[in-house]
Design a protein around this ligand. Sequence first.
Ligand SMILES: [Zn+2]
Length: 247
Amino acid sequence: MAKVYDRLDKDNGSWGWRGAIRDGRSKEEQDQLLNTVADCALSDKEDVWECLDGPNRKFTVGWMRKRIADKYQETKGKTRWCRWVPKKIRIFIWRLSRNRLPVKDNLERKGIQVNSRRCEMCKEEDETAMHTFHDCMIIKELWSKVKMWWSIQPPVPTCLEDLVEKMEIQAKSKTEKQLLFVVCAATLNQIWKNRNEAQFHNKGIQVNDMFLNVQKESALWIESRAYKVELEKLLWVNSPRLAVKTM
Ligand SMILES: [Zn+2]
């Protein structure tokens, strides 16, 4: 197959097409193409891909992520991308912080009919994301167990994004900040799992079991994903700060 380059007479800049292009669609297309490359200066160097406004004209995933975040996301709240948490859970937290989970309130706003608006965990209030993940009295019990486990102040979130941030803000080091993010992510994940069990399989909520699962799951993620951290499992359940050593 001939390349465009092969059709170009390098000495006088004219094109060698099979037949002369005079008018009609071919002429229009040719003019458009010539316009596109009008500012190009050809050289004998190898072709390379360049990212015109990337750092040093290079493409990096981190740079592209920042560009997308700057251009398309709402200004408040940065995207959290802690590697100690599995990708699926990171996406779940991202959807939650932007209130994109299919809780009843969100479904109704999209015009989807729901049988009942009630939260299936407490059966007392309407189900919104804020209710499900924080305000529900059953879930408040779970959060207070998590707060006691880490001896931190109960955060009072004003929105879904605050929930994670107000936990992390109490960290005394970078490692602790990541640990609190993992714990927060495991708690939110347990809440969603149990909410779905209550919603679709009529299962009752056992706060104690949820809390034990938060401890188990967060330990598992740290052990398998935080390479420079050593975790003493027995200490983790009672004194989590003492259980973690950075290498
Ligand atoms: Zn509730």
